[in-house]
Design a binder for this molecule. Structure first.
Ligand SMILES: [Cu+2]
Length: 164
């Protein structure tokens, strides 16, 4: 009988020990899993970064497209106001090859808008009227625009178109 009791005690100790080990494994297991997932997250992030280069390639393609369109010339429009004796804006910048449209509005008086170098010339219009002229800025440089009525140009009714 004593031997049976000893075996039962040993059995309880062994089974208890197994339960303790399993309990430890369970408590340690999730921690290891957490560490693994924490390690996997950067691992997942790395492929994401590897995916980025194609996006940059697309950006480069977009830049190339922009460069091509710039080389072909863009259509640009300016709203220009004029009066006694001024133009606003006084400076306009475009790129060589651009097709430039000027919507000239007369704030008051009798005026026109002229750039000799591009044969750009509006009709002479009265106050409140709008005249439009379009030309291709096919030369680089600085070109004065002015009003050809009377001495308006000498009185300051002028500005500068810069073609880069
Ligand atoms: Cu004028």
């Amino acid at each position: 009988m004593k031997k049976e009791i000893i075996w039962v005690v040993i059995g309880i100790v062994v089974i208890g020990g197994i339960f303790l080990l399993k309990a430890k494994e369970k408590s340690e297991g999730p921690m290891e899993a957490t560490e693994q997932s924490a390690q996997e997250k950067p691992a997942d992030a790395m492929p994401m970064k590897v995916v980025t280069p194609p996006d940059m390639t697309d950006a480069q393609k977009a830049q190339a497209t922009t460069a091509e369109s710039a080389a072909a010339g863009s259509a640009v429009t300016f709203d220009v106001n004029g009066g006694n004796f001024y133009f606003v804006p006084t400076v306009m910048k475009v790129k060589k090859g651009d097709t430039v449209t000027i919507n000239f509005k007369n704030d008051g008086g009798f005026h026109d808008f002229i750039i000799d170098e591009f044969n750009a010339k509006t009709d002479r219009i009265k106050d409140g009227a709008i005249a439009t002229v379009t030309f291709v800025a096919d030369k680089a440089g600085s070109f004065e625009y002015y009003c050809s009525v009377g001495s308006h140009r000498a009185n300051g009714m002028k500005g500068m178109l810069i073609v880069e």
